[in-house]
Each structure stands twice: as C-alpha cells, then as structure tokens.
Design a protein around this ligand. Structure first.
Ligand code: ARG
Length: 492
C-alpha cells in the first residue's frame, strides 16, 4: 500500500499534514456503510444550515447557497461524489464537495456549532426510524395475511403438541393465532423503541454543545424528531437505541424462527399437515422426488445471525468511556445487517404463509388419534362423578395404558376401568368427551380454540392492528413531510 500526498485534504491538512497511508485510510473509513446515512446526513446538513441562518450565525445568502448545493448532491446521489477514504466518512465527503462547488468562504461555514459526533448520532436515528417503520408495515401486513388464513380454518381440526408429543385437539386457526399473538408484541416493542430512537442529539456538538446561540428545538422540529436527547455528553455517546432495536429484532427473529421451524416440520411426510408452494422450495440434484423447504431453512439460519449481531454491538459498547469513541462507528454494519436480514426474511415468511396449502384431512387424522382427548375424558369424570381431578387423571391414565397394551380405543376399555373404581358414566358423555371437535367447541374460554372464541379473537386482533397501522402511517407521513420541506429548492 502506498503513501498518498494530498495537500488539499480539508480534514487533515492543518494538524496532520498531507501524507496518509492508503491501507490505514481504508481500514478506518466508514464510507462503505455510510450509504445508509447519506440521505439523512444531507437532511441533517440542511436543517442545521437553516437554523444557523435563522439565528444569524451565518448569512442568509451563504446558507441558501449551501442548501441548494446540498439538494443537488442529494439528487445526484452518493456515487457522484469523490469517495476519498482519507476524508474518513460521508460527512467530510459532502463538505469537501460543497467546498469544491461553492468555495471554502461559503461552504466552510456549514460546520459552525456542530461536530460529526452529534451529526452521525442524528443521521443514524433518522435512517433507523425509516427502517423501523418499514419493518412495522411488513409485520402489520403479515399479521393481516395470517388472520385471513385463520379465518378459513376456524373449524379445521388439528392436533396440538407439547414436548412435540400429541397433546390436545385444536384448530389450525387457533394455531395460526399463536403467531399473530407473538408478532403483535414485536410490533408493540418496535413502536415503543421508536420513542427512544426518534429524539434529536443535534446540537450536542462534540460533547459539550457550543458557544454559538444555536436552537436545538428548531433542528429537532425541522428533522421530524419527537423530542431532544438533552444531555450533550449522553447525546453523542448513547447507542442504546441501537441495542434496544437490535434486541427487538432478535426477539422478533426468535418468533419468526418458530414459524419457519414449524413450516419445515409440518411439511415433512411424517407430519404432512401443510405443503409449501413450489416457489418457496427447491429440489435435489440427485433425488428427483425431493421438495425441500430451503427458504424456511435459510430464514431460520439467517434469523440466528440477529443474535450474533446484537452480541457484537453489546460487546463493542461494553466498557467504552464517555463520550464519542471511534469504536462506535463499528456498530453500524452490524445494525444494518440485522435490519436487512429482518426485512428480507419477513418478506419470505409472509410469502410462504400466504401461499401455504393446508392439508385438513391429515390434520383431522392426527387430531383423532393417539388419545388426544384423554384430558377431556378426565374432566368429564370430574364433572359427572364429582371426583377430584387427580383421581380422574389416574383413572384415565389407566384407561390409556390398557388401551395401548390391548391395541384398543379408549371407549372399548373405559367401561371395565370405571367398574373397577365403582364409577358410572353415560355412553353419550363418553362419546362427547372422546370427540375431538367437541373438545374444541367446549374450550371457549378467552384465548381458547372454540370457533366462536377464535372468531372473537380474530376481530379483536384486526381492530388493534388497524390502530397500529394508523399510528405507523402517521409517523411515515411526518417523516415524508419533513423530507419534502427540507429538500425544497430556494430561488436565489
Ligand atoms: N464515521 C464516524 C462514525 O460513523 C462519524 C463520526 C466521526 N467522528 C469523529 N470524531 N471521528 O461514527
């Protein structure tokens, strides 16, 4: 790697001189991932410049020229810039371009009363809020799609598992609502995290604000923030909004991973309760019969990396002193990787669920087998014979054991066991207790699988999801409005 000489390097020329080592520059630059904050950085520059003009810290004439040139840079895109790694990052690259276009006497005034430290913290929060809104929209859409599927399967009997062993009969709609329920919490977590993302650190300066009479509330408002992060040391140092977001994504990823795992499992020959659409599967290069659930498997694996990324960020932050440390830069790639993995994976899972083929016959077959209604038989003994549940549990356990030994159904064995215990139960009662659909219909407690309860739950999820959608749309509108206003050219 060579040494490069550049006497015009606006960042280094004063203190460090003109010589730089190329490999050192490439090692330390953030330019490769600064594309994520390019847009936000320009908006941040414009808002800061506007405020400086309004407070007469720079002249209106200079300010307007700077803003118009910033809008040009925005339109031409980051690729049009001189991405010289010896300028460190996108902040200096943009300032360098401005100086090239407008001269240092004008453009050199933009960075008055500000530091890259408050700037990058502001940019990250702005870029992240948009991604969070995108993820929220995706989740809301997926919730709607799962609810639509559930709507069609309120009476689709299936088996529920504990320990992955047959437990009790339920319906596929009830099973699907378990996904909706979990993802609703992910939506709520992200909405809550948004409150701590969307606060402005701009004006914190390097760490001690500035002696210029800047107006932090004005830039906060211009950039669409809902509040300030006031303490200037915390403002430039804090990255817990990133940890919080990535924790939310990790939890979301864990919930999504459960869906993927169940798609893989339930689409096997052994379970055979669902079939994935061909588009979401692949085949084998040697075994012509194969239909493999690769998308669900890859999703399951990619979601695991969210946890690794979170730990990387926590580890970078652990034991850093106040305030800005360059270590903070190395958090960004992990954050964006997690964000994009989440966006891409939700898209895949939503697609798989929306195109899923449900094998209701197989589900029914499983629900009817393997003593799934034993609990209800015990409950019936409690209700009809007035015995304690523990006693009934023992009696039905005996019924199951003998049925297995003799390869019989429970109704063929129960009579003799009840006799032995001096108990009696109506035949119709036994039939009802052993009927899986009757089991489901009886479970109409809040959150249960009874079709009427599932119907109520679907409607209640729908109305709450409608509210989240409204909230997200309002936030999106605010962010859009701010952008439009800031990117409006000024007639010179
Ligand atoms: N590229 C830096 C980052 O991503 C921007 C802030 C640099 N500040 C500094 N004082 N070197 O964190």
């Amino acid at each position: 790697m060579n040494n490069i000489d550049n006497k015009d390097n606006i960042l280094r020329r004063g203190r460090l001189g003109s010589s730089v080592k190329e490999d050192v520059m490439l090692y330390t630059t953030s330019l490769s991932f600064d594309k994520e904050i390019f847009e936000s950085d320009i908006l941040c520059d414009i808002a800061h410049t506007k405020m400086l003009m309004e407070k007469n810290i720079i002249s209106g004439e200079d300010g307007n020229k700077i803003i118009n040139e910033l809008i040009n840079i925005f339109k031409n895109g980051m690729e049009s810039l001189n991405l010289d790694p010896s300028l460190d990052d996108i902040h200096m690259v943009i300032e360098n371009e401005l100086i090239k276009k407008l001269g240092e006497d004008v453009a050199g005034r933009m960075h008055t009363g500000r530091s890259r430290n408050d700037e990058v913290a502001t940019d990250l929060r702005m870029a992240l809020r948009e991604k969070i809104l995108q993820i929220l929209k995706q989740l809301i859409n997926m919730e709607k799609n799962i609810l639509n599927l559930a709507e069609n399967h309120k009476e689709t009997l299936t088996i529920g598992y504990t320990h992955l062993q047959h437990a009790q009969p339920t319906t596929y709609a009830h099973h699907l609502l378990s996904y909706v329920s979990a993802i609703e919490r992910d939506i709520l977590r992200l909405l809550d995290a948004y409150k701590r993302i969307n606060i402005s650190p701009l004006g914190c300066g390097a760490m001690a604000t500035t002696g210029f009479d800047i107006d932090r509330k004005r830039t906060m408002e211009l950039l669409g923030f809902d509040g300030l992060i006031e303490n200037s040391m915390d403002g430039v140092s804090a990255r817990d909004f990133i940890v919080e977001t990535m924790s939310c994504l990790s939890m979301l990823g864990t919930n999504l991973s459960k869906i993927c795992e169940e798609l893989v499992l339930f689409s096997t020959y052994e379970f055979g309760t669902v079939e994935l659409a061909n588009e979401y599967t692949s085949t084998s290069s040697i075994m012509p019969q194969k239909k493999n659930p690769d998308v669900a498997e890859i999703a399951r694996a990619k979601l695991s990396t969210l946890n690794g990324n979170l730990i990387s960020v926590l580890t970078i932050l652990k034991a850093l002193p106040n305030t800005y440390n360059r270590d903070l830069q190395e958090i960004s790639p992990h954050l964006w990787k997690s964000v994009y993995t989440t966006i891409d994976t939700i898209n895949m899972i939503d697609g798989m669920i929306s195109t899923l083929k449900v094998n209701a016959d197989r589900m029914k077959e499983l629900a009817e087998k393997n003593y799934s209604t034993a609990t209800e038989l015990a409950d019936t003994l409690v209700r009809e014979c007035g015995i304690p549940f523990r006693t009934a549990h023992g009696i039905v356990g005996e019924v199951v054991r003998i049925s297995i030994e003799r390869n019989k159904n429970m109704d063929e064995v129960i009579g003799e066991v009840l006799d032995r215990h001096g108990l009696e139960l109506d035949k119709s009662m036994i039939e009802k207790a052993l009927n899986p659909m009757e089991n489901v219909k009886m479970r109409k407690v809040i959150g249960g699988p009874a079709p009427e309860e599932v119907e109520r739950a679907i409607n209640s999820y729908k109305s709450r999801i409608y509210n989240y959608e409204k909230e997200v749309n309002e936030k999106v509108k605010k962010v859009k409005k701010v952008k439009n206003e800031l990117l409006h050219k000024i007639e010179l």
